[in-house]
Design a protein around this ligand. Structure first.
Ligand code: BGC
Length: 617
């Protein structure tokens, strides 16, 4: 049945809307009412003239119907007077004292007719309880939001300043590498690491065959097996995906395998087991016995999304953890730690202990994987000059045509831009988020990434919200660090519903607090400001790279930016804002030369594509 949304209104402790005496002549425009979320026991009071009222979950017929309200397992009752539509009515009031009475309860009315069929009583409901979007904030809220708005908006002059400083740092990093390619990174000389990648073959899209990759460093760990069909096509893909925070051998530790007390041998031993499991399942690694002995060693690509120093393609020394990873930190200085040691070698050692079925072909950063997979899958787009991650962490790599001149072996350079630290529009709240990190080794590092990436946006938003609603939120979960994750803030940012119903539910689920519509609007605006600042800084980095690579400006031919990471791929609002910021900075004509392409799961797939490109070059 095709339905039209008529109106949303809100059942609030005081003044629930009532609908009474539905005139029988309006029966053709039969309304029904539904709780708006999850479709759980949707509160259909009626959905067709012939069936009259649906039955409630308790199976009792009209006039009493029960349904599940949006929040937790509580239920409310819809009181349907009159036993039918004719001359009957609906009373959506919640009985005083009922568990749901004090909840802010959004309800949506739908109807099956056209706008002209609307019974006047429904219009009355809409106007009595309905609240439309676009209403300005109440003056008191506006006064509190205004300073936050100016703190979080990055003006064009500052953007331009940052772009030129960003390019300056890139040039400095290149010059330092040219002078001494084996020198260790010195933050005082350049905030970017400008790392060697050893990527000599950019895929063309024509590669074929079955390849493996392991992806470590985002929210999840993945083993990917893909079949490349050529012409940019990918056939069968199989994978396993695990959240390393939830895994043994330390289930009692909140950080699971990311905990400081986990040894490198346990960590890589676990990863090796997962690869062997998939390889055996797919028949690419033979089982035990004679057959096993004859099985060829599986060479796979290893995406490791942290800064590493690489003197060879399959050897990568981890400079330091980012994104609050701690694995092995309790063993610093021993061969059970990971920081400062070769992750390619440690992975190979773990395979050797388990029979030597597989070996690391090459270690790459996730930005590099994203660029490579996008190049494979989109041979007809403008050349991919930048790989960008906007996810738990954030970073970019780019194609440097003069790589030889700067003494690089690889054509791609991992900028590690998360550590950019010049002219940052940092607020006191950004500084507090940084200062309060549990591992003090991470304080002061990656300050740009902390303003851009998903790991931190929810927490920054939460702190701003608490700063303007301190009294209301006192003693609630909202005061707890990390009680608003970026994935929740991302839902709030994208909420287009008339009464901010998704925002209302998300906040209730996270904090157990209910808000007036005006408060919800203020919270949404704060989240949007925080996400928008992130989008503007990401846009700034893209423009800097496009200028550095001469892909925008007069006669320039443009480029593709391959983007992976849920902050971007899962949030169309963010995608739109990022594009808009590019237009604001460089104008429409140049912005059109920058093609933004989602490379979903590209970070992992790209490592498999790298092996293919190397073997088929
Ligand atoms: C790491 C980068 C990585 C980025 C995205 C950052 O924290 O330093 O190497 O590319 O996260 O995952």
């Amino acid at each position: 049945m095709k339905t039209n949304r008529l109106s949303s209104f809100v059942l609030h402790p005081c003044g629930p809307p009532r609908v009474t005496c539905i005139p029988s002549k309006h029966r053709s425009a039969m309304p029904f009412v539904t709780s708006w979320t999850r479709g759980v026991g949707a509160a259909l009071l009626s959905h067709s003239p012939s069936t009259s009222f649906s039955r409630g979950e308790d199976g009792r017929p009209s006039p009493w119907h029960r349904w599940r309200f949006p929040f937790s397992n509580r239920r409310g009752a819809a009181h349907c007077q009159g036993g039918g539509w004719q001359g009957g009515g609906i009373d959506l009031s919640i009985p005083a004292g009922h568990a749901t009475y004090n909840l802010y309860m959004p309800v949506t009315i739908y109807h099956t007719g056209g706008p002209g069929d609307l019974p006047p009583y429904l219009q009355a409901v809409a106007s009595s309880g309905g609240l439309s979007q676009g209403v300005p904030l109440e003056p008191s809220a506006e006064i509190k939001i205004k300073p936050i708005r100016s703190l979080l908006s990055v003006g064009k002059p500052q953007m331009i300043m940052m772009i030129s400083e960003f390019m300056e740092e890139m040039n400095k990093g290149l010059a330092l590498h040219a002078a001494d390619p084996s020198a260790h990174w010195d933050e005082k000389k350049c905030c970017f690491k400008m790392l060697e990648t050893h990527i000599d073959h950019i895929p063309t899209g024509s590669e074929k065959g079955v390849y493996y990759a392991v992806d470590v460093g985002g929210t999840n760990f993945r083993v990917v097996r893909i079949e490349l069909l050529g012409d940019g096509k990918i056939g069968k893909t199989s994978r396993i995906k695990r959240d390393l925070k939830q895994l043994p051998p330390a289930p009692e530790k909140p950080k699971g395998l990311l905990d400081a007390s986990v040894k490198q041998s346990e960590f890589f031993g676990y990863l090796a087991d997962q690869v062997i499991q998939v390889g055996k399942h797919e028949g690419d690694i033979a089982g035990e016995g004679l057959e096993g002995e004859a099985s060829p060693v599986l060479g796979f690509g290893f995406t490791f999304s942290f800064p590493t120093q690489q003197d060879q393609k399959n050897h990568a020394i981890l400079s330091h953890w980012t994104k609050e990873w701690d694995t092995g930190r309790d063993y610093t200085g021993t061969d059970e730690c990971i920081e400062g040691r070769d992750v390619g070698q440690m992975f190979d050692d773990a395979f050797a202990k388990k029979g030597g079925h597989a070996k690391v072909h090459g270690v790459i950063n996730d930005t590099v994987g994203t660029l490579l997979s996008c190049s494979y899958e989109n041979p007809h787009l403008p050349p991919v000059y930048m790989g960008l991650i906007l996810g738990t962490g954030s970073n970019g790599c780019y194609y440097e045509p003069k790589y030889k001149q700067y003494s690089y072996n690889g054509k791609l350079i991992n900028i590690e831009f998360g550590n950019f630290n010049r002219s940052l529009p940092e607020t006191d709240i950004d500084k507090q988020v940084d200062a309060d990190l549990s591992n003090k080794a991470d304080v002061g590092r990656q300050r740009f990434e902390k303003m851009v990436s998903g790991k931190y946006l929810g927490e920054i938003s939460r702190r701003f919200v608490c700063s303007i609603m301190a009294d209301k939120l006192k003693g609630t979960k909202a005061e707890l660090i990390d009680s608003l994750k970026s994935e929740h803030a991302s839902k709030i940012v994208q909420d287009e519903s008339q009464n901010l119903e998704i925002t209302c539910l998300t906040l209730f689920e996270q904090w157990g607090v209910t808000f007036s519509l005006n408060e919800l609007r203020a919270i949404q605006e704060i989240c949007r400001l925080v996400f928008d600042r992130s989008a503007s800084l990401a846009a700034m980095s893209i423009v800097a790279v496009a200028l550095k690579a001469d892909r925008i400006g007069r006669n320039a031919e443009g480029m593709t930016v391959a983007i992976d990471g849920s902050l971007y791929t899962q949030n169309p609002w963010y995608q739109h804002r990022l594009k808009q910021h590019i237009v604001d900075i460089v104008g429409r004509e140049d912005a059109q030369k920058v093609h933004l392409q989602i490379a979903d799961d590209g970070s992992g797939k790209g490592a498999a594509v790298m092996v293919a490109a190397d073997q088929q070059a």
